[in-house]
Design a protein. Structure first.
Length: 135
């Protein structure tokens, strides 16, 4: 008799293979379509953007600065979650010294990370604003 976990494993394996196949197909179809048109993809993209009114005059430093600020924001959120995780560890340690030490280390490293991210954010804002100051 086949157990339930064996059936679940078989289904999960089939689903995984199916998902990999769908993603592979999704990656190959645009390449096949692009190969048949013989046009420059950037040119087509720029024409489509002009038709939709989505053109912008942003420079590369501004775009890179925005990307850096987004990444710093996401890392800051992760560090905040780590700080909360350290607080939960501390609250649930029940006096166990090893757990208390681990929680304190997690919280300390999260605070250090937040300080580093805040300094990086301020430095990035300063550099980006200095690049766009007109003389």
């Amino acid at each position: 008799m086949i157990s339930v976990t064996t059936k679940i494993k078989k289904y999960m394996k089939a689903i995984s293979v199916g998902l990999v196949g769908v993603f592979a197909l999704a990656l190959l179809v645009p390449a096949a379509v692009d190969a048949s048109t013989n046009s420059d993809p950037l040119k087509v993209l720029n024409e489509t953007a002009k038709q939709s009114g989505q053109t912008s005059s942003r420079d590369l430093p501004e775009v890179v600065g925005n990307i850096i600020q987004w990444v710093l924001g996401i890392v800051g959120i992760v560090l905040l979650v780590m700080f909360v995780y350290g607080g939960v560890l501390y609250a649930t340690s029940a006096g166990n010294e090893d757990k208390v030490d681990t929680a304190k280390k997690v919280m300390l490293y999260a605070i250090i990370g937040v300080i580093i991210i805040a300094l990086a954010f301020v430095l990035t804002r300063y550099i980006i604003s200095a690049l766009f100051v007109s003389a």
